[in-house]
Design a protein around this ligand. Structure first.
Ligand SMILES: [Zn+2]
Length: 446
């Protein structure tokens, strides 16, 4: 099913069914949304009372004032709320369990189907929190493409997913699944690991493999990581030629590349290799900030992740190696991201949810503002800017005619206090209402 969904564009599919898209659209009833205030294009000032007309899952028109609904049209009254585009999280791990203690205890009992169901639940929670699109930067490629395509087909409720599959890593690097496990499990995992590579040619192979299984974007780990169970530090873990081979292969196939990087050496090497975004960027400084600007790459700070990791490690749910690294990163991350913001590095919103809790993605907003972003800038990072990073700016990120009807609402202006985004009261994705008056709606069949 997946290959059919991917290779058929919508137009020929509709032609096969014998109806032209233009002939079909007007028969769908319109939906009118009355918005008390409308932040239709984050980064620009909000509009006053407005009406959004939605039809066929898309935004048909945006008008000033409360326009009476056309005959037969439904009305959604959000007159007491501020309406804005659905939020975008550019860094999640949708299959990672929030409950680390339980996950460790059950690790040997869980099968891929158990993890798949955890992902389905995480996807629903993420959507109900107002995040209508996510970029998954590290999941089993078969699971994440199944969930991505299932959401797209309307089988399950979740955000639109842009999927990287499994992150490419050097052997012994941050995303090597066989780090520090017992001999039996190591043998099994080595036999199945398709994401580790050594040498430029081997890294090209690893990228091609993720793409061949449906990856929309490529993720690799340029440096050590906080959560890997090796005391390997946070410095560079792939050679320059390996990073270049990964980036060039992904770009050859028209895929963007996200690099996990904490240490300055790894951030610089990944930027020189031509990556499109750096994730975390804990030790970025004036020199790497200048490199960011020269290469026009995005920085995805994931500020909630070290907070969550420290709390879990202190509670004994993470390894000792992790606790030491988490304490180290949390001490510097806020200041370094603050300097990057000041230096004018382009910031896109991402949380690393899966480390922190799914559905609490919006906690990142307050941390971005604490680091020095304006509320308007932080909201823009999670809408217009994240849409640009995901190459979906023509479809999502703002409320404009022709775009997908991904729309949320909050009780007060997030431009005064971004924390209100942690309490989203209305969620619509592609014209389907999932949350109304802060209450969950039964997921409608299609
Ligand atoms: Zn991550």
């Amino acid at each position: 099913m997946k290959s059919v969904l991917r290779t058929l564009s919508v137009a020929p599919l509709i032609a096969m069914l014998g109806a032209a898209p233009s002939a079909q659209a007007p028969t769908e009833p319109a939906l009118f949304i009355h918005a008390g205030a409308l932040l239709d294009r984050p980064g620009q000032p909000p509009r006053g009372p407005s009406t959004i007309v939605v039809r066929g899952g898309r935004i048909e028109a945006v008008r000033d004032g409360f326009v009476a609904p056309a005959e037969g049209a439904r009305l959604i009254d959000l007159k007491s709320q501020l309406v804005l585009p659905g939020l975008i999280d550019a860094h999640v791990h949708i299959f990672s369990d929030d409950d680390k203690v339980r996950a460790r205890a059950e690790a040997l009992n869980r099968d891929i189907e158990d993890i798949l169901l955890i992902g389905v639940d995480n996807a629903r929670r993420t959507l109900e929190a107002g995040f209508t699109t996510v970029r998954d930067l590290g999941s089993d490629i078969h699971s994440v493409t199944a969930l991505r395509d299932g959401v797209a087909a309307g089988l399950v409720a979740g955000p639109t997913i842009v999927a990287a599959g499994t992150a490419i890593s050097g052997q012994g690097g941050h995303a090597d699944p066989a780090n520090n496990v017992n001999r039996d499990i190591e043998t099994l995992r080595r036999a199945h690991a398709t994401n580790t590579c050594s040498g430029a040619d081997d890294c090209r192979r690893a990228v091609r493999l993720q793409i061949s299984q449906g990856a929309d974007v490529i993720k690799f780990t340029a440096t050590g990581g906080v959560l890997s169970n090796i005391a390997g530090g946070l410095g560079q873990q792939l050679f320059d030629d390996e990073m270049k081979a990964i980036v060039d292969t992904a770009h050859l196939f028209g895929r963007k590349v996200a690099a996990h990087a904490h240490g300055k050496d790894g951030i610089a090497a990944a930027l020189r290799a031509g990556v499109d975004s750096i994730e975390h960027a804990t030790y970025t400084d004036a020199e790497t900030n200048a490199l960011f600007k020269r290469s026009n790459a995005w920085l995805v700070p994931t500020m909630v992740a070290p907070h969550a990791a420290v709390a879990q490690a202190r509670a004994g749910a993470r390894s000792k190696a992790t606790l030491a690294k988490a304490e180290e990163t949390i001490a510097v991350h806020n200041d370094n991201i603050g300097k990057a913001i000041k230096d004018g590095v382009r910031i896109a919103f991402g949380t690393d949810s899966g480390v922190s809790d799914h559905g609490k993605n919006a906690a990142e907003f307050a941390l971005l503002v604490k680091a020095g972003m304006t509320p308007a800038g932080a909201i823009r990072a999670a809408t217009v800017d994240a849409a640009t990073l995901l190459e979906r700016a023509s479809q999502i990120g703002s409320i404009e005619p022709g775009k997908q009807a991904d729309i949320i609402a909050v009780a007060t202006s997030p431009l005064d206090d971004v924390a209100v985004l942690e309490k989203v009261r209305f969620v619509m994705r592609q014209g389907v209402v999932h949350v109304l008056d802060a209450a969950r709606q039964p997921f409608p069949p299609r």
